[in-house]
Design a protein around this ligand. Structure first.
Ligand code: SF4
Length: 231
């Protein structure tokens, strides 16, 4: 079992689910062209935390679709996690080069008949993928600068929730379960601060307020984030 979903003194799964619910609320206020059956963004270049991978595997098991895991290929992994990149930005350091993958992105192994086989447990990287216009085959998603700011913050918080756990591609995380930290897997880092353009700083603070105050296992989510940082 992935260390992220072992029982520990932090309610990480509930914190992550609370984050997912918050993101869904935000998503509901966005005008997007995305609709069921539209899956241009469902590729094998989706990166997630080990905690998210555990939820995804549990959902596939519940649905009797663990067979889909046999389709997973490790694929190219990320060069850095969201918080590593944020830390480098805040330190004004250059991030490591992101090598150009030799192969074009393939279709996500969990895409079944044009739909996500584990939609309710899809990772945050999939949840925040949205476009104002139809992308279609080869098309480009058209987002909004504010969406990017908020979604980046949520990705950073999701990583912090799984601090010390694994981070990588769907294939590397689910195919390599039990071999934590090997292959292309990276380690989740704590929040170094949120990378926010000046014009969004106040709005982000106001928007995230209810998330940090959301009760989880008797404490505000923000308090749990502090406790996780303390180890
Ligand atoms: S996990 Fe589901 S939503 Fe995410 S890329 Fe794969 S099929 Fe698409």
């Amino acid at each position: 079992m992935n260390e992220s979903i072992q029982a520990d003194r932090f309610p990480r799964q509930e914190l992550l689910r609370t984050l997912y619910r918050f993101q869904a609320g935000e998503e509901a206020s966005r005008r997007v062209a995305c609709a069921p059956g539209c899956a241009a963004c469902c590729t094998d270049r989706v990166y997630l935390t080990g905690l998210e991978g555990g939820l995804l595997r549990g959902e596939l098991e519940r649905l009797g679709r663990l067979d889909l895991l046999a389709r997973l290929m490790p694929g190219p992994g990320p060069s850095y996690t969201c918080n590593q990149l944020a830390r480098l930005c805040l330190e004004r350091s250059e991030p490591p080069d992101e090598p150009m993958p030799a192969e074009p992105a393939g279709v996500c192994a969990l895409l079944d008949d044009g739909r996500c086989a584990a939609y309710d447990a899809r990772p945050l990287a999939c949840r925040v993928m949205a476009s104002r216009q139809k992308c279609g085959s080869g098309g480009q998603a058209q987002g909004d600068p504010w969406w990017l700011t908020l979604d980046t913050a949520l990705m950073q918080i999701a990583e912090h929730i799984d601090m010390g756990g694994s981070y990588g591609s769907l294939g590397a995380l689910l195919a390599d379960e039990g071999e934590d930290g090997q292959g292309d897997l990276l380690r989740c880092e704590p929040l170094p601060g949120l990378v926010t353009p000046p014009e969004h700083q106040v709005r982000l603070q106001q928007t995230l307020g209810p998330l940090f105050a959301a009760p989880v296992a008797g404490r505000p989510l923000g308090h749990w984030l502090d406790l996780i940082r303390g180890g």
